[in-house]
Each structure stands twice: as C-alpha cells, then as structure tokens.
Write a protein that binds this ligand. Sequence first.
Ligand code: MUC
Ligand code: MG
Length: 367
Amino acid sequence: MKISGIEAIPFRIPYTKPLKFASGEVHAAEHVLVRVRTDDGVVGVAEAPPRPFTYGETQRGIIAVIETIFAPQVVGLPLTDREQMAALMSRTVGNPTAKAAIDMAVWDALGRTLGLPVTDLLGGYTDRMRVSHMLGFDSPEAMVDEAERMREVHGITTFKVKVGRRPASLDVAVVRALREGLGPDVVLYVDGNRGWSASESARAMRQMADLDLAFAEELSPADDVLGRRWLIQQLDVPFIADESATTPAEVTREILGGSATAISIKTARTGFTGSQRVLHLAEGLGLEVVMGNQIDGQLGSVCTVAFGAAHQRSCAHAGELSNFLDMSDDLLTEPLGIENGELTVRPGAGLGVEIDEDKLRHYRSDR
Ligand code: MUC
Ligand code: MG
C-alpha cells in the first residue's frame, strides 16, 4: 500500500467548441494526467486542469511541481496517510490542481486496493447527481440552441449562464432569451467570473429580476471588498463564491465578511480530502453548495460526481458535470454519458474508470 511513484503526463485534446467566459477561454483540454503507483502494483489516476486565469498554474508548471516537490514528498508513504500528504504538500503555497490530482489519484488507488468505490469511502449518500450545463459566451440564439439541445439529448434542465461582458446588456439579453425560450421550469443561474464591477452587477441583476434566477456567482471581484459586500446585501438570491473561496480559510473570510452567501466546491482544486473540509465547513455555516466545473474532462467529471454524490449537501443542487461533452475525444475506455439529466457514479473499485492507453499515446504531448 506504499506509494512507489508518481507520473505527470501532459495531454492535449481539442474542444469541438471553445468555452468563453469573462476571465478567459478554453479551446483545448491541455491537462495533466496524474498516475500514482504503489509497491503492490496498484495504479490510481486523476487529472489536473491548468487554469492560469484562475490559479496561475500552467501545464508545464503542474508537471514541474509534481516531479520536483510533491512526488519526493509523498513517495514512500502508505495510501492511508492522506493527512500527512496534505500537510507535506501544503508547505508549498498555491498549485491547487496539482495537489488535488495527487490527492484524488491516491484515493483512487486506495479504493482499488480495498476493492471499494471511492464514493462509498467518502460517504456513499447516493449514486448519481442531476447535471447543470455551463453555457459559454455566444449570441442569444446560439446559447438558447445549445440549451435546447442539452435538454433534448441529455435531459438537462439546469443551466449556468456565463455573464460578465460589457455592455452587460449582452448578457441580460441572453438570460432573457433563455428564460423565454426554455420556459419557467428550467433552473437558471449566472456566473460573472469577476467581469463586472459591483455596481454593474447590481444593475444587471435588477434588469434580470423577473427572470427567476436561482443563484449569482462571482459577478464582481472579491478584492473589491466593500463593493462586494454592498452588492450581496441587495441581492435576493444566494451569491456563490467560486474562485474567491477555494480553501476553508478563504470560505470563512468571504462568508463572515459578507462577500458571499453560498459556495462552489471543485474537486479539481481541492481534491477529495480538501473538498470534504470545505463541505463540512459549509455544513457548519449552513451554506448552500454547488459542485462546480473547472472545465474538466471525463476523468475530472468522474471525480466531481464521486464526491458530490457521496454527501447529502453536495448533491442538493445539480452539479456542473457536462462540459466534457464539448471535447472532441477523451481518455477513458468507457466514455461517460448523461441521461435523463443525470450522471451516475461509476460502479467498481476506486473511481471505477480505466485509461485507454492507445488514446493516451495519441493525445499525450510530451513525445
Ligand atoms: C466557473 O465556474 O467559473 C471558468 C473559469 C474557472 O475558473 O472555472 C470555470 C467555470
Ligand atoms: Mg465560477
């Protein structure tokens, strides 16, 4: 059960349609596959998605920090020493997706070793989540078309709409078109990725007051401390902290400082060990939780649903689990599917997935 080696393999898989949002855009999944090997021949996997516009990480940086700092720290430890691993890796600041991928690959290896699904080890609340689809910037017609297709083909009825453009009327028009096109039964919420100021956000939310939004997420920067607090006080929907509140300490600061009233948990940046800490804090504070998407591939989405389905609070709302649908291909031997608006947890030990070695050979970008 001892970790004998860690591999960090870069790969590149193009998107069929880029995802655009206020803080950046993504045209290809240029992620890092992390494999944790044990001395008894078990291999655990996870993926790290570099998001320089959110956390400052790059694909090469993730590989470098894993190879030069994290691997030497955790090789030799038994899979059960996850608290020790977290403590050692926390000596290095930042690098959230690199740390998270190691943590999740270790959980996968532990599950495979014990012959149990990770989701059961984490909590085993249920085996599925309702899916929320994230709609990137486009024209109102194109975004309504995409949402209609998602509803028709996959049964998805919850949509997170990217906003934060200038003028804000571009986004208000989209949200209005979605509500008019999809009707009153779909759940709609908006995510600004800090694109608007607090006053622009307040104005846009007033203009969308009749559109029955469920949440608003990161409309303006949390660093505009008083502006964000002023904004939150006038909203009548929960305001989700995403990139501003990624650790228990940040969640505490944002919530107690009045700069957010709900949180997004992303396993891509807090792994399973850190996500449980954030989730339990949210329970203690009485916060609503949405399982977010770090523009994950299928492996990342498997991790999100394994965690989200494991706990009652993390599956109370639809989880953002569908953006892999925009990728031209992926690495799993058995592709994920979303049916009737739900993604189910993979049965089987660990995360219940296998990497297709031919696909990995094809898409890896280091040889
Ligand atoms: C999201 O919820 O913000 C886009 C940027 C990022 O950091 O994550 C995605 C989705
Ligand atoms: Mg967000």
